[in-house]
Design a protein around this ligand. Sequence first.
Ligand SMILES: Cc1ncc(COP(=O)(O)O)c(C=O)c1O
Length: 493
Amino acid sequence: MNGDDVRSDAIEKTLDPGSDGDWASLRALGHRMVDEIFDHLQGRRNEPVWQPIPEEIRKLIAADPIPREGEGAAASYERFVTQILPFGIGNTHPRFWGWVMGTGTAEGVLAEMLAAGMNPNVGGFDDSATMVEEQVIRWMAELMGMPSGTSGLLMSGGTMANLIGLAVGRYAKAGFDVRAEGLQGGPLLRVYCSTEAHSWLKKAMDLMGMGRVALCVIGVDDHYRLQVGELREAITSDRAAGYRPVCVVATAGTVNTGATDDLSAIADLCATEDLWFHVDGAFGAAAYWSEKLRTQMRGLERADSLAFDLHKWGYMPYDIGCVLVRDAEMHEAAFATGASYLTAMERGPAAGGIRFADRGIELSRGFRALKAWMSLKALGVNAITAVIEQNVEQAQYLASLVDASSELELAAETPLNIVCFRYAGASDAQNKEVLMRLQESGAAVPSGTVLRGRFAIRVAISNHRSRREDFDLLVQTVEQIGREVIAEASSRR
Ligand SMILES: Cc1ncc(COP(=O)(O)O)c(C=O)c1O
């Protein structure tokens, strides 16, 4: 019996292709898609890093009415090729170094397709997708030096992974049952971080109902590392004021400069003060995989909870972040609800419960674990770690080029994979102009930040496609644009 026979007297509707012929043409289109997306990746170096979306395409998309009738997969793919693919942010390109974005891997592209084909709901049932996610969590815990039995969850990214870690910490250390009583149940809870902590924390504090009033922001030293002495004093004076310190959020690789707090000292302090030690290692934690780089991450393995992204310095396609929680029971206690329709059964797919739903906020979840599992299996941790080390060497190389240039100046130290610099002698506004022209030129995409009140061009290298020559080109182009901007400004005077 072929597909045509099945459809000929069928009255039920389906969204699957209608006949064998339809399946064949969709399959052929799928093969073309694989070929063309790989062509795209292979050829990225020869294209602009970023280009603005042309006005006519913006208008076309904005004016497109709801497609009540389908136009077919081939036609919608053509639109993708012409209207969408060329106008991405650019992070697959060897000279994309903006914010902290990963490049993705070719294997990851395929894994995403397979995950969608299998389409499991990874709430944590007794199925193979759960088995794979548990495996990835085990590998991650081991790679981060955390003990076996560490709990974890794959999430959409660092923001969500950090939120989960902080929520478990609050539950564990509040001293009253925050889940039952809300924040009314006790004194003002205090969370500590440095001025360099990422903005996810402010959102988490808002969302968790604690508010900014509960966030104590500690100053940093000359190396942008949290001042541990100031932290100790703040904890003491908060206790004296009747507040309850619950958690310190330390950063392994700050978003601005790649600085890492003194994690061992903070771990010691948390142990003495009975506080939850959370580490935000969104990108920096991946440096722990390298024996060479691990020294500056020491203490990370002592975290009560650790959040990091695999879509940043793990080079896996968006989106995938991970939270690890040392105390598995505490992790579950902070989220499990015991809903009757989700309870564990003795046998069948719900045997053992819906474990991932009990470790976070989401119930239905996608099969993110597959791209991590396949990337690690296909490439191996050693190859990924070698590129992480290469990125750090490239950052040092770029810093040396900036140092050697009479036109540029470093704006901060380069402890990891981030280089911040300025066109020397130019104002903040002119440096910003240099950055925007550079981005618009399509030659390279760094981003910007403000360090000690001054604007800096910021190059964050979590890119497995970059080569040394790319940094040579960056420096030459910035120097050239800088000269133009300065010349234009003096001609206006
Ligand atoms: C240190 C740090 N923490 C948290 C985040 C947020 O991670 P995500 O963008 O994956 O949500 C970032 C993002 O760059 C980061 O650099």
